[in-house]
Design a protein around this ligand. Structure first.
Ligand SMILES: Cc1cc2nc3c(=O)[nH]c(=O)nc-3n(C[C@H](O)[C@H](O)[C@H](O)COP(=O)(O)O)c2cc1C
Length: 143
């Protein structure tokens, strides 16, 4: 099953998560939506990942969802967010994903994230604040 992980990041956490998913799945393409907007028809599974600022997932992924909602309903879909405040996760998911897509999703998860304005410096642990176990459990569902 071909999987596309399409993500938007500002400080890098969401990209780290995409990388880990791609290591877990055998036929997986990862793509930064700011660099490339791939044709989704070639993929069975689509995983959309986005960082969160001020309660909102990043706009390129918001726009992508709006534009492709009907096509996404015909795919096996996963969604993840990167955010730092676990208590806000449920509210963020509730507010940012259309009801129909939430109902049809294989899974929706927060993988944690970096503290605001404190992304790890180069050469330090890039997974600080990220729950790798959750990424692995999430990925299992697309094998
Ligand atoms: C300006 C700003 C606003 C943020 N707002 C939220 C928020 O509303 N809720 C939350 O849980 N995390 C918030 N965060 C934390 C980010 O979601 C976290 O840093 C995450 O790693 C961002 O994803 P990215 O590294 O892929 O860009 C905020 C961070 C910044 C810098």
């Amino acid at each position: 099953m071909a999987t596309l992980v399409l993500y938007a990041t500002k400080s890098g956490a969401t990209e780290q998560c995409a990388r880990i998913i791609s290591e877990e799945l055998s036929d997986c393409t990862i793509c930064n939506i700011d660099i490339n907007k791939p044709d989704i028809t070639a993929f069975d599974n689509i995983i959309l990942g986005a960082g969160v600022r001020d309660g909102k997932i990043y706009k390129p992924i918001r726009d992508f969802i709006k534009k492709n909602q009907n096509d996404l309903l015909n795919k096996s879909m996963g969604y993840y967010i990167c955010n730092e405040k676990p208590k806000k996760t449920e509210e963020i998911i509730e507010a940012n994903f259309p009801e129909e897509l939430k109902k049809a999703a294989v899974c929706i998860e927060s993988f944690g994230g970096y503290k605001a304005y404190a992304a790890p410096k180069e050469g330090t642990d890039q997974l600080k604040g990220i729950f790798v176990d959750r990424i692995k459990t999430f990925s299992e569902k697309f094998k």
